[in-house]
Design a protein around this ligand. Structure first.
Ligand SMILES: NC(=O)c1ccc[n+]([C@@H]2O[C@H](COP(=O)([O-])OP(=O)(O)OC[C@H]3O[C@@H](n4cnc5c(N)ncnc54)[C@H](OP(=O)(O)O)[C@@H]3O)[C@@H](O)[C@H]2O)c1
Length: 165
């Protein structure tokens, strides 16, 4: 499976249960890569979507400790490890860990690729972070796009490969 994330210069990903950036080109990239696939996410990330609704054209699997949790269009698991049963028969390149912080941390060691949108900005008071892949011996940068500027922000699409798998 893969992880996909947008981070700032310090690998920050969120603040007050919301994203740090809203960049149309990045949203399109996310949609293009994940459409038709299966998404794994924490309950707080689902709640951060408009209306708390799952993302269309994708299978949405949500992790929560709440045994009573239900939402239309969502499959629920109680532990990140339970995801493996649900996804074991799927092509792994079509399974996407989409956050947030706690779920990235739990499932990143099992991801083969990480698709990271790196924004050249530092957001103050961010409260949620992605592991710094540049400091991890397991992860190697394998490709990097040219810089793109949008809404006054410059960013690149960067891919990392997990060399430990
Ligand atoms: N930049 C990006 O690409 C990106 C992507 C996604 C999210 N985000 C941001 O990340 C932030 C949310 O991240 P977060 O870490 O606070 O929340 P999260 O990972 O989205 O969800 C946390 C919730 O998931 C459930 N959970 C997590 N680990 C579990 C485990 N081991 N077993 C069972 N349930 C588990 C729990 O749900 P219950 O409380 O229901 O038990 C927990 O409260 C937001 O700011 C969001 O906007 C950023």
């Amino acid at each position: 499976m893969n992880a996909i994330v947008i981070v700032d210069r310090n690998w920050a990903i969120g603040k007050d249960n919301g994203l740090l950036f809203s960049l149309p080109t990045d949203m399109k990239y996310f949609r293009t890569l994940t459409s038709g696939g299966t998404l794994l996410m924490g309950r707080r990330t689902l709640d951060s979507f408009p209306g708390g609704k799952p993302l269309p054209n994708r299978r949405n699997i949500v992790i929560t400790r709440n045994p009573d949790f239900q939402r239309d269009g969502v499959e629920v698991v109680s532990d990140p490890e339970d995801c493996h049963t649900l996804i074991s028969q799927l092509p792994q390149e079509k399974v996407w860990v989409i956050g947030g912080g706690s779920v990235y941390t739990a499932l990143l060691p099992q991801c083969r690729r990480a698709y990271v949108t790196r924004v050249d900005a530092a957001v103050e008071d961010a409260d949620t972070f992605f592991p710094n892949l540049d400091k991890s011996p397991d992860w190697k940068l394998v490709s990097e796009s040219e810089p793109i500027t949008e809404n006054g922000l410059t960013f690149r699409f960067v891919e990392y490969s997990n060399e430990s798998l």
